[in-house]
Write a new protein. Structure first.
Length: 331
């Protein structure tokens, strides 16, 4: 059976290579158009490190005085980092139809922009990351609309999870229900010790519907995930770190953005690395985690092959030989 598994895995290499080549080509061809769109407006980053380095492209509802989603393309030493800031202060950043639409639009632009190196998800509302679905809006929905709304939330969060670049959730406040599901879709989670996190849907006689029942057990293990979901328990940053729900826990500061600052420092560690290699590494890990080891190794082989002919790899070897920092262009 091992031979047949290996044969099946290798048989899929051609298809996987084709998908990888298509994804990389799409990223290269779309970067020029996406980098030139929506580039006329500007606004400050807001709270936290790097505020002086913000550039101005925003995707939001022009009809609203308050941008419910703020998109920041950072500059200078943070160039390549994009910050998505949830900003529904009156609703504790609860996910409604409009916010999901803006998130989907922003993610769609980011996934095809070759200049984007890392994405940070944060809140611009002190003390809250995301309170989950907007229950006030949901209460006004007809029963036939609820399923469609949950499907949209699930699809949007899946789009976030499938972004080709590293993603970091900076949890400086409460992340409940859909808010934690949003964070779980990120590659890495950083939280303040005072932050509160939990999948609390069973209290409302429903279950997590935007990936929580699948991503939580993959993150912290099946038994513990069941315990947290069955009990609707809320944990703080320290406990979240101890169970592996987050990667880093930090003491909150006076500005209320300690997790964001830590996420920004982490994102800067990613910037010097080869852009194509980062994208392909993420793809190899994500795809490999869903299959057996033999198939996973075949996926790694296919992904590795995509880095061999790149200009970045040639530059990396040359920089190593010349003992200087590489100057990668994402090619």
């Amino acid at each position: 059976s091992g031979g047949s598994m290996a044969a099946a895995a290798l048989g899929g290499l051609g298809l996987l290579r084709g998908r990888l080549r298509l994804r990389l080509r799409l990223g290269a061809s779309a970067s020029s158009s996406s980098s030139s769109s929506s580039s006329s407006s500007s606004s400050p980053l807001g709270r936290g490190a790097g505020s002086r380095a913000a550039a101005g492209r925003s995707y939001g509802s022009e009809a609203k005085e308050e941008e419910e989603l703020r998109v920041r393309y950072l500059d200078d030493e943070h160039k390549g980092i994009v910050v998505l800031g949830l900003n529904r202060s009156h609703a504790k950043n609860a996910l409604n139809k409009n916010l999901l639409k803006m998130m989907s639009k922003a993610v769609d632009a980011l996934k095809s922009d070759k200049k984007v190196r890392t994405v940070i998800f944060r809140s611009e509302v002190p003390g809250i990351f995301c309170a989950g679905a907007d229950l006030k809006e949901r209460a006004k929905m007809h029963s036939s609309e609820v399923g469609s709304f949950v499907s949209k939330a699930r699809a949007t969060i899946n789009e976030m999870a499938n972004l080709p670049v590293p993603t970091i959730a900076a949890i400086d406040g409460t992340a409940l229900g859909g808010g934690l599901e949003l964070a779980l879709a990120c590659d890495i989670r950083v939280a303040a010790s005072s932050a509160k996190m939990g999948l609390v849907e069973t209290k409302l006689a429903i279950i997590p519907g935007a990936g929580g029942t699948q991503r939580l057990p993959r993150t912290i293990g099946v038994s513990l995930a069941k315990e947290l979901i069955f009990s609707a328990r809320i944990v703080d940053g320290e406990e979240a770190k101890s169970i592996g729900l987050i990667s880093h826990v930090v003491e909150q500061n006076e500005a209320g953005d300690a997790a964001y600052r830590r996420a920004l420092a982490l994102a800067r560690e990613f910037l010097p690395q080869g852009p194509v290699a980062m994208r392909v590494a993420k793809l190899a890990i994500n795809q490999g985690m869903e299959v057996d080891l033999v198939t996973g190794l075949a996926i790694e082989e296919a992904c590795y092959a995509q880095t061999i002919p790149t200009k970045d790899r040639i530059e990396g070897l040359l920089a190593f030989k010349e003992k200087r920092p590489p100057r990668y262009k994402g090619e």
